[in-house]
Write a protein that binds this ligand. Sequence first.
Ligand code: PEP
Ligand code: MG
Length: 725
Amino acid sequence: MSVQEYLDKHMLSRKIEDAVNAAVRAKTPDPVLFISNHMKKAVPSVITKVKARQILDSRGIPTVEVDLFTNKGMFRASVPSGDSTGMYEAVELRDGDKGIYLGNAVTKAVKNINEKISEALVGMDPTVQLQIDQAMIDLDKTEKKTELGANAILAVSIAACKAGAAEKEVPLYKHIADLSGKSNSILPVPAFTVISGGKYSGNSLPIQDILILPTGASRFEEALQMGSETYHHLKAVITEKYGANGCSVGEDGGFTPNISSIREGLDTVKEAISRTGYADKIKIGIDVAATDFCIGTKYDLEFKSPNKSGQNFKSGEDMIQMYKELCIDYPITSIEDPFDKEDWEHSKHFCNLGLCQVVGDDLLMSNPKRIERAINESACNSLLLKINQIGTVTEAIEVVKLAKEGNWGVVVSHRCGETDDSFIADLAVAIGAGQIKAGAPCRGERLAKYNQLLRIEEELGDQAVYAGEDWRSYIAVAWLKVAPLQVIRSQLQLIKISALGLIFCLSVVGGNISLRFLPVSFNQAVGATTPFFTAVFAYLMTMKKEGWVTYVTLIPVVTGVIIASGGEPLFHLFGFIMCIGATAARALKSVLQGILLSSEAERLTSMNLLMYMAPVAVIFLLPAAILMEEGVVGITIALARDDWKFLVYLIFNSALAYFVNLTNFLVTKHTSPLTLQVLGNAKGAVAVVISILIFRNPVSVTGMLGYSLTVAGVILYNEAKKRNV
Ligand code: PEP
Ligand code: MG
């Protein structure tokens, strides 16, 4: 093939010309670099090779490492491995040949990657994480990833995620945040292991870890400093109390002095904290890992002692009593696995006391079914997320969503066998977990995660938010803080926000005008039809149809309110048109706000959406008020002059309107616009009950009948939605 033929075949002349033109337009000082970058961007984004190998983890036990290649470069990932494994988690594939690495080699998992997985993934776009993970799940075909090995699948999933970020030219945490539909990154509170005990430590401390959580720091960097300083003060305290021997460290870097009781361990840590001067800013957590010393229905707190006193063989109730006392005597804010993994009853009982965060590790095994059960039964209120128990990035994000929907905290966790891969640091920031447990502030594989968090905080600069005191459920309290600012991403998004503001104003103005021509009860009766309009708009705009029975249930919901409003003899055509227009506008607003608050591409937090909507509303409503109410400005000033409290009431009224809208937005996030409107129709029934019970007001039989019908309709609607009919 001649050079010319080659150039023609690959359309190279055209591509080079484009690159040169772009360089000229950009007036770049370094055209060669510019052109080479330009050409690189033109290369299709695909996975070209996946190559795995066996390496050793921090315990000296084999694990899987993967190099995944795309046209952008090579992306490396390795997987951790833990001691506690259970029947509900994804399976780590090990060779089992006792003669080699005591049966722990992972050459089969490596082979699976190099042959089957590589073949399936080459040619795929690294940014489509879901499809990549699904391809591996389909290839494996088993529920617990036994065929290919969760260690093989996870290593590739993480490497692909890194490649996806590089392809998009964004930091890894940003790419993961996109994948999980989150827009604000939050630096987690680190839970540093400082004393190790439990099954794998040589001391007599029954519980697995004592941790410190610098919740009072203002930034992650400060939290790390607090952790490190406390760790070194602790080293001094231990040396004084137990001698230098006590300062050996366990697998995740915690000291292992010969402590025999939980209180002795907590006192030692408390002493170290008091030496730092950060007393109120550092809280304590414990990982009991109670499954390791549960015998039948009892808990043996002396399970490691050869000479048992018999005093420490506790029932579940005794354990609850012990935790209650510990929470009073020490600044304990988090207890992980306080009971055996199958002791749901005591977990529930303890969690319901609400004494502290109750983290489910062995109880949940990061398994979605167990998480769902624990949410339903309130058996704990926080998830310990160990990604290797799940096996793919996509599924890890899914279980986080599940936990957040249950209003839980999330602790992203390392494993005792770690590598220098810092993926979980980016993950914790991206999903806004609020907490990370990655071992002591010591040992390279643990610091790989904490140091990466330092880098992320530095990179985020002013945008960096440290979860701090809101570590447990950042989301739940976020609306009390000034919400982190989100930028508007596209012109279309701006148009939709403006339209939302405008439609909101139209519904307010239309409603007010109609009140001049129609009685309130007539207005209410027309307003009751909002669910019908919402159903129509929701269908037209999202093309998502509900089951037909769901639509049928709207009839009693709406008819009830119309009946309750009573027959109105007064009819005015213009007033009616205004009223129906305002009703339709209200329905359109709830559908549009639902889209803006929850769509993948345009998701905004409620605070941000309100903030962007506000100027449109002001620009429209102020002149509308001046036009509609003659002399409104003069009247307002006169009233305020007469009594300054009038201004306070006015501001209070506006603030109330703001919070009503904010609440409306917050609720929309958790439900559909239609459900919101259906529930809105039931509010009359609530008013009737309050009116009778509290104010002893008489209510008409027609009113009662109407609202009873609406309530029955709401119940039917709920049932129909649940069954999707
Ligand atoms: C833990 O229990 O918190 C933990 C890190 O477990 P593993 O030792 O099994 O990794
Ligand atoms: Mg644990």
